[in-house]
Design a protein around this ligand. Sequence first.
Ligand code: PHE
Length: 459
Amino acid sequence: MKGSTLAASGSPGIAGKIHGAWSSRMGFLIAAVGSAVGLGNIWKFPYMVGQSGGAAFVAVYLVCIALIGLPIIVAEWLLGRRGQKNPINTMADLARKNNRSKAWVTIGISGTLAAFLILSFYSVIGGWALSYLADAAGGTFNGMDKDAAGALFNGMLASPATLVAWHTVFMVLTVGVVAMGVSSGIERASKLLMPALGVLLVIMVGYGVTTGGFGAAAEYLFKPDWSKLNSTVVLAALGHAFFTLSLGMGVMMAYGSYLGQDVNLLQAARTVAIADTVIALGAGLAIFPIVFANGLDPAAGPGLVFVTLPLAFGSISGGMILGVMFFALLIFAALTSSISLLAPVVEFVEERTPLSRVASTVVAGIAIWALGIAALLSFNVWSDVSILGNNIFDLLDKLTSKFLLPLTGLGAIVFVAWCLDRESVRKELGLGETGTMIWNLVSRFVAPIGVLIVFISSL
Ligand code: PHE
C-alpha cells in the first residue's frame, strides 16, 4: 500500500517523496520549524493580539504554547513515528494494535479536513503578500502616509480580480513545489532564509524604537490588563496556539512518520515552540510601535500588518530594498507552511483514487483553490453573505482554529496519554522520575482538561 511502512522499508511514500525520509535530525527540525513559522506568526498573531486587547491575550497564548502546544507536538510526532503512515491510517493501525475503538481514525480525518480548509484561506493571504511584494518592488510605499496605506490595502481587497490572480499564483507555487517533489530543496533553503527573516524582523523592531511608539507597544504586548480576559479571548489564544504550531491537522503527525528513533522528541518540540514564539513576538514588536506612533487602530483586523509595515518601508532609507526582502521572505515562510498543509490532502487523494501523485496534487490544489475563491469573495462581492453570523473567510478561520484543531489535538494527546502503554511512552521520551511525573500530569490532565474547559466555556 502506498505510504505504508515507508520509514521502515526506506521507500518513502508521498510525504517521503515530499520530504525525503529525514536524512538528519537537522533536516527534520528545519522542516518542522518551516511548517510552524509562517503567516500565522507575522500576519495572524499581531492582529489577533490587537483584536483581543493586547497583553492578556499574549499571556494566555504563551501558557497555551507551553502547557498544551508543547505536549501535543510531542504526542503527534510520537503517534506518527509509531504508526509510520499517514494520519488516518496511523490512527486506524494504532487503535487496532492497542485494542481501542476504530473511532480514533476520526482524528486523522478531521485533521486532513482542517488542512484542506486552512490552506484555502492561507493561500489567499499568501496572495496578499505576493501583491505587496510587487508593490514594494514598484516603489509604491515611498513616502506613504497612513491614509495611503489604508487605501492601498482596501483597494486590493475591493478588487476580486487582483485577489484571484495572486491567490492563483500562490496556489500554483504551492502545487508546483509539492508536485515536482522539490520540497527538500525548499527546506534546505529555509536554513538560510528563515534566519534572514529573523534578522529583518530585528531591523523592523529597530525602526519601531525610533518611532516613539515603542514604549506603548511593549506595554500593550507585555503588561496584561486582565479585565480584557474572557472565554472568547482564551479560546482565540488556544486556537492560535494550535494554528501557529501546525497542530491538529495531521501535519506534525505526518512529519513524525519520517522520524528516526534517535530524535529526542521533547527537545525537538521545545526548539520548534521557541523558534515559533520568538518570531511571533518579534512581529508584534515590529508592528505595534508603528500602530501607536501613527494612531492606527490595533483592532483593525487581518489588514494590520499590511497597513503598518508599508509605512515603515516608505519612510526609512533603503526601505524599498528592505520591503522587497521582507515580503519575499514572508512569502517563502508562507510556502514552507503551505506545502506542509497540502501534503496530507494530496496523500488522501492519492490513496483513495487511481490518480498518480502529480495528478492528485493538481486535483487537491484545484479543489482548495476553488474554496479559496469563495473565501476571497467575502472581502468584496460576497461581503453580505453570512453563514452563522460570519462571512466565508471568517467561517473557515473560526471553524478550523476554534473547533477542528483543538478537538483533533485533544484526541491526539488523549490517545497518547491514556491509550498507549505508559511504560513504552516513558522510554520513548527518555523520561526520568521527575520527568515522568510532569509528563503524566501535563499529558493526562492539564492539557486535555485545559482544552476541554476552554472549549466548553466558549460554547
Ligand atoms: N503554522 C503555520 C503558520 O503559522 C500555518 C500552518 C498551519 C501550517 C497548519 C501547517 C499546518 O503560518
